[in-house]
Design a protein around this ligand. Structure first.
Ligand SMILES: Cc1cc2nc3c(=O)[nH]c(=O)nc-3n(C[C@H](O)[C@H](O)[C@H](O)COP(=O)(O)O)c2cc1C
Length: 168
């Protein structure tokens, strides 16, 4: 587990090599098994392999060209954007993010690279993929074999900068 967590990093350069169906199913299965608030399971995933669509998605993602280069782009969506938990937070972006994290870690274990894409115009993505009005596209995710070895040093705050014990 820690090996995949340490190794995962944002991959922005991909080989022109398709992902085996079996591997794709494995990473999607990791997303399926993710927890969700009240086990509502409202995350949905649109897997895009069509080259022309991927290129249009790259345009919708502020022209980030590697989005079109990756052999697979997954639009990570939520079918109910209204549900709030008693804590006051909307559950849908949290649920989708957990599923995506499962997916990215499983992808790393399978030798695949990923990159979360939050810089995109939702209306454009919805139009390209025919996503219904009421469904939210929370994030895009690129998936494919990385051009080079992944891993390396992570730029992160120290643990004592982000963790407090017993009180704020
Ligand atoms: C919610 C979210 C949105 C992101 N959006 C983008 C994006 O649009 N384009 C991009 O190149 N990277 C994007 N990233 C990647 C982050 O820049 C990256 O995760 C962060 O710099 C840490 O680097 P690492 O993923 O290599 O560990 C996003 C990451 C997250 C979690």
């Amino acid at each position: 587990m820690m090996e995949a967590i340490r190794k995962r990093c944002s991959v922005r350069s991909y080989l022109d090599k398709p992902i085996e169906e079996e591997k794709l199913n494995l990473v999607l299965e990791a997303a399926r098994l993710a927890p969700s608030a009240g086990n509502r399971q409202e995350s949905r995933f649109v897997v895009v392999r069509d080259k022309e669509k991927r290129q249009r998605l790259a345009e919708a993602a502020s022209g980030q060209s590697f989005v079109g280069q990756a052999p697979v782009v997954i639009a990570c969506c939520a079918v109910d954007a209204d549900h709030k938990m008693p804590c006051g937070q909307f559950s849908y972006p949290i649920d989708v993010a957990i599923a995506m994290d499962h997916l990215t870690l499983k992808a790393t274990e399978e030798g695949l690279g990923t990159c979360w894409i939050g810089a995109f115009y939702e209306a454009q993505v919805k139009e390209i993929l025919g996503v219904p009005e009421e469904v939210r596209v929370v994030e895009l995710l690129t998936l494919g074999y990385p051009q080079s070895e992944i891993g390396g040093e992570k730029i992160r705050k120290r643990l004592d900068e982000i963790v407090k014990y017993e009180k704020w």
